[in-house]
Design a binder for this molecule. Structure first.
Ligand SMILES: [Zn+2]
Length: 360
């Protein structure tokens, strides 16, 4: 990607399209025209817009733009959520970002170590301001990594702040404190997160459906749910295996699941499968946690990681930073795996979750 400060040969000789067909595209078109930028039309993320028009100019889809070798002009207004779509389809050297501010920062990516990430305005939610940072002013921003597609909070909470947030997590006080700021966070909603009415059937089925094509579940003898609360989300298909949870919250396990609280003992087991469900989106130090998981693996261990997919959902405003300070892509895990000498052997991005399976 390149910052767009003036005309250059690529733009003079290329087919340039302004990203978007909405109010922002409307607002910036006149400034592009004032600056004398030649442009053919507009580009839309929606394939069905291909062949339509906007401001009497043609609209093409990103797919068509990719096929035609078009240059894409992005405005800083549209960076949020949009970069990712564009970066998935258009080579980086054909993307131009028009900006008055310094959007590109030297904050490295927390997943893949890419030395530059984009920065967008963001702030901590009111709930986090009270519970975690105790009213202190902590500036943050939302960063986007153009290499692996990771979004993350620039401010990384320290150990004390993480303790404030997660000790007594989802207990009655937590629920009340959160509902004060977020009215939808009712006691019922809270309970559904750790003790769903369906007994976690849907969540467990999601895991076993993903795993069963790649792993012989019946041959798994030892299964560890790393940070797995009570072990209530270990799929039923593993009922004949020795099932363990590593958890330091002091909670009780469900029937048949053993608790491990001593982190240093984890490497002494011959794990067939390690599960890490809905944890990594919360962590301050993603790389050391991932390396810790890999340390527990032997040559035959499979590692399953699941995180929520919150990246380009219309209903999630990633400028408000909440407990999920990391928003991974499948590619983020590919880089984490490579750095730690393991392989990503399967991955999927669903509406709600991203699932990856790793092996040495
Ligand atoms: Zn990255």
């Amino acid at each position: 990607m390149q910052a767009l400060y003036g005309l250059n040969d690529i733009l003079l000789n290329g087919k340039n399209y302004i990203f978007g067909t909405g109010v922002h595209a409307l607002a910036v078109t006149s400034s592009f025209m004032d600056m004398g930028f030649p442009f053919e039309g507009f580009v839309s993320a929606h394939e069905e817009d291909d062949g339509s028009s906007f401001l009497d100019k043609p609209v093409i889809s990103l797919k068509t733009a990719a096929e035609n070798g078009a240059n894409i002009l992005i405005t800083e207004h549209s960076w949020h959520r949009i970069y990712e779509l564009v970066y998935m389809m258009i080579p980086a050297d054909r993307i131009f970002v028009h900006t008055d501010n310094q959007l590109l920062t030297d904050i490295p990516c927390i997943a893949c170590d890419h030395p530059f990430t984009f920065s967008g305005n963001a702030f901590f939610s009111d709930f986090l301001k009270e519970r975690m940072i105790k009213g202190n002013v902590k500036d943050t921003s939302i960063q986007f990594c153009p290499r692996c597609g990771m979004y993350f909070s620039a401010y990384r909470p320290d150990d004390d702040e993480m303790d404030l947030l997660y000790s007594g997590y989802r207990n009655e006080f937590y629920q009340k404190q959160r509902q004060h700021y977020e009215s939808w966070y009712t006691p019922e909603f809270n309970r559904e997160l750790y003790a769903p009415k369906d007994g976690g059937v849907a969540r467990k089925k999601g895991i076993s459906d993903f795993l069963k094509d790649s792993i012989d579940i019946s041959s798994c003898r030892k299964v560890l749910d790393f940070g797995g609360d009570k072990g209530q989300f270990i799929p039923d298909e593993f009922a004949n295996a020795d099932r363990y949870v590593y958890e330091i919250s002091g909670t009780e396990t469900v029937d048949g699941v053993h608790m491990i609280t001593d982190r240093s003992s984890l490497g002494g087991f011959d794990w067939d499968l390690i599960l890490c469900n809905q944890v990594m989106e919360h962590l301050s130090d993603v790389q050391s946690y991932f390396a810790g998981l890999v340390e527990c693996m032997n040559a035959n261990t499979y590692l399953y990681i699941e995180v929520p997919n919150e990246r380009i959902h219309e209903n999630i405003d990633i400028r408000i930073i909440h407990e999920h300070i990391n928003m991974f892509s499948e590619r983020s895990f590919r880089y984490l795996a490579a750095k730690n000498g393991i392989k990503l052997i399967k991955s999927v991005t669903e509406d709600a979750n991203i699932r990856v399976l790793l092996h040495k």
